[in-house]
Design a binder for this molecule. Structure first.
Ligand code: HEM
Length: 607
């Protein structure tokens, strides 16, 4: 029996580097040799009056050997699970069948012993000092199994949980048997930079149904990811962004005009969502959605958001995705949403578009790509445009208005700046003044700092045979997943101080401008040194897989905020408790938000 190398015990990650067919062949070979080895090792003959209690007389070594098999191959395929967890103990049962009067008793005993030994040895290994992540602190529940995080995250508050863990344990926390969360700037580049790690197995669970063609965001092979990202990069170049001004301007006009007509309190968060969805449909498919006019009559927003909690659970336990896709009826909302987008993509391709939208670049209408993406790839990226571009921007804009209404000084300052650059009659959809509008940019960045829509960041994985990676002072061994926890990083007083948990846009201004406004010590009470470390500001992630839509997102947010502030006055609706905002904000990888009831009135100068 050849010695089996000991790897980390996580059962869920496939080895990215090893071809599947070779995996299965060597798994089978090892399985057979282990079975032969096991049958020699089992105590024989076993006493005939064998009971569950007698299990302790049986040598548990064979099951431990199968645990090593799990560790080595980390099978994610249901067939491998059946082979290892059902067929092996069934075969062992068969070996002793002739010596026992009752097949049920020996089967029960073999299965019990086999599974409990695997379980105990896996748990013991994960908690042992021999585990590669043993030196990193973290709660026992996290170190034992990712099912714990799946459970915690189902309530939508994983960002707060990670935040508390970092407060308790420090900059690096072991949040899974095989996963680390970082809260320091030194880890950003080694994990996500140009020589960083590829995307983690998180996406195998999240996009489990995409077995053949994956959306770009879920591609774990860096070379393939780079190939697919090329048309996206052209679609977000400065020239392309200039071309989107008209598409954006029309939607923003429609949005603000619709708001002006509202006599009753409205849920501003919902209106903003409808606006971002319509705008993203314009960008991705040249139109096809008019929620601002019709409301969400097809329940599309519900389809988009209802799958998020389940998707988050699958990101924690990716192998569950293999079972999930086989279950009839499960995830039907997500499937409906995807087919809705696929139809739009086909229509856009056949009908063409009057303007150069994002799809123009994605389907390479200009014919400049040497290996243009296939239509299936583009259709899948069309879905991505909507998912990645609408919820994120909607959450940031909603948080921004919540923060402005909770901080009247900031509200007044922003309004004064908007009035200076876009007085009544000036077209607020023009982007000409955006670079000079320091307070506008400060308000947007402060909202992204406090409420980054991808609250917990994006996972990376050190593949097997990669040799691992040094992230700052900490080593990330191969086979380990890791991420920088954005919510904790953005609220760390070493990087943003004073008042790291407070909405304070003035921190983004130059020192002279801040002093002119009486900060940082306007009350003479706050003696905390001022810190503002831009390297720790990563709401759009970092490196070659960061948010490709970042510039569009800024352009969209600046334009819509300018026009809203130019034409409307806002206030919280009576009875609204501002504390609800943070409570209702849920981390389902992309954040979801609660209601934002506001009263609106057209500004006197615009009437
Ligand atoms: C406030 C707005 C937005 C925020 C905070 C945001 C944030 C993010 C983050 C954190 C990622 C994950 C990157 C990673 O895995 O490291 C991402 C990816 C992505 N975002 Fe955004 N996003 C925003 C708006 C948009 C918009 C408007 C679009 C336009 C379609 C967009 C398109 C994408 C795409 C295509 C990816 C995948 C990039 C890749 O894998 O290469 N995002 N975004």
């Amino acid at each position: 029996m050849p010695p089996l190398p000991e790897h980390h015990p996580h059962l869920v990650q496939p080895s990215a580097s090893r071809p599947m067919s070779r995996d299965i062949r060597s798994l089978f070979k090892d399985l057979v040799s282990l079975l032969l080895f096991t049958s020699q090792k089992l105590p024989c003959p076993v006493p005939v009056n064998f009971t569950v209690l007698d299990c302790r007389k049986v040598d548990p070594a064979p099951a431990s050997d199968f645990r090593i098999l799990f560790n080595r191959y980390e099978p994610v395929n249901p067939l491998s699970h059946i082979a290892l967890l059902v067929l092996v103990p069934a075969t062992l049962t068969g070996v002793f069948l002739s010596s026992f009067p009752s097949i049920i008793r020996i089967a029960a005993c073999t299965f019990f012993l086999y599974h409990s030994t695997i379980l105990v040895s896996v748990l013991a290994y994960r908690l042992s000092p021999f585990h590669p992540l043993a030196k990193y602190p973290g709660p026992i529940s996290c170190r034992i199994s990712k099912f714990w995080m799946a459970w915690v995250s189902s309530a939508g508050k994983q960002h707060k949980y990670y935040y508390e863990l970092h407060q308790k344990y420090g900059d690096v926390v072991r949040i899974g048997p095989n996963e680390l969360s970082f809260r320091n700037v030194a880890a950003i580049s080694p994990l996500m930079g140009y020589f960083g790690l590829p995307k983690g197995p998180h996406w195998d669970g999240r996009m489990a149904e995409q077995t053949k063609i994956r959306a770009m965001i879920a591609l774990r092979d860096p070379a393939e990811h780079a190939r697919r990202r090329k048309p996206w990069a052209r679609g977000f170049s400065s020239a392309a962004l200039k071309g989107y001004e008209e598409i954006l301007g029309k939607r923003v006009h429609q949005f603000v005009t619709a708001l002006e007509q509202q006599q009753q309190p409205v849920n501003l968060a919902e209106w903003i969502s409808h606006f971002t969805f319509d705008f993203m449909s314009d960008m991705a498919f040249g139109g096809g959605s008019d929620m601002l006019r019709d409301g969400d009559k097809d329940n599309t927003w519900h389809l988009l958001e209802s799958g998020l909690p389940l998707a988050l659970i699958l990101t924690h336990v990716p192998w569950l995705g293999k079972y999930y896709v086989r279950l009839p009826g499960i995830g039907s909302d997500l499937k409906k949403f995807r087919s809705f987008c696929q139809e739009r993509a086909s229509l856009r391709r056949t009908q063409g578009s009057q303007s150069k939208d994002l799809f123009h670049y994605l389907i390479d209408e200009a014919g400049v790509e040497r290996s243009p993406p296939t239509f299936a790839e583009v259709a899948s990226d069309g879905v991505l445009t909507i998912v990645a571009g609408s919820d994120t921007t909607a959450t940031t804009l909603s948080s921004l208005f919540w923060a402005l209404l909770s901080h009247p000084t900031a509200y007044r300052r922003l309004q004064a700046e908007v009035d200076r650059y876009y007085p009544p009659g000036e077209d607020a959809s023009s982007t000409t003044h955006h670079p000079q509008m320091q307070y506008l940019n400060a308000v947007i960045n402060e909202s992204l700092r406090l409420f980054p829509p991808v609250l917990s960041g994006s996972q990376r994985g050190a593949t097997k045979s990669s040799g691992g990676r040094l992230a700052g002072p900490c080593f990330v061994p191969e086979g380990t997943n890791a991420f920088v926890h954005v919510y904790s990083l953005h609220r760390d007083p070493r990087y943003f101080s004073p008042m790291p948990n407070t909405f304070w846009p003035e921190r983004w201004l130059s020192e002279d401008d801040r002093k002119a406004l009486g900060y940082p010590d306007s009350n003479g009470t706050d003696k905390t040194p001022f810190r503002h470390d831009l390297a720790a500001f990563i709401p759009f992630s970092f490196g070659p897989a960061n948010c490709v839509g970042k510039n569009l997102a800024y352009q969209e947010m600046r334009t819509v905020v300018c026009m809203m502030m130019q034409r409307l006055d806002f206030g919280f609706a009576d009875g609204y408790d501002p504390e609800c905002w943070d409570r209702d904000l849920k981390d389902y990888f992309v954040a979801t938000k609660g209601k934002l009831p506001v009263v609106l009135s057209p500004r006197a100068s615009n009437r």
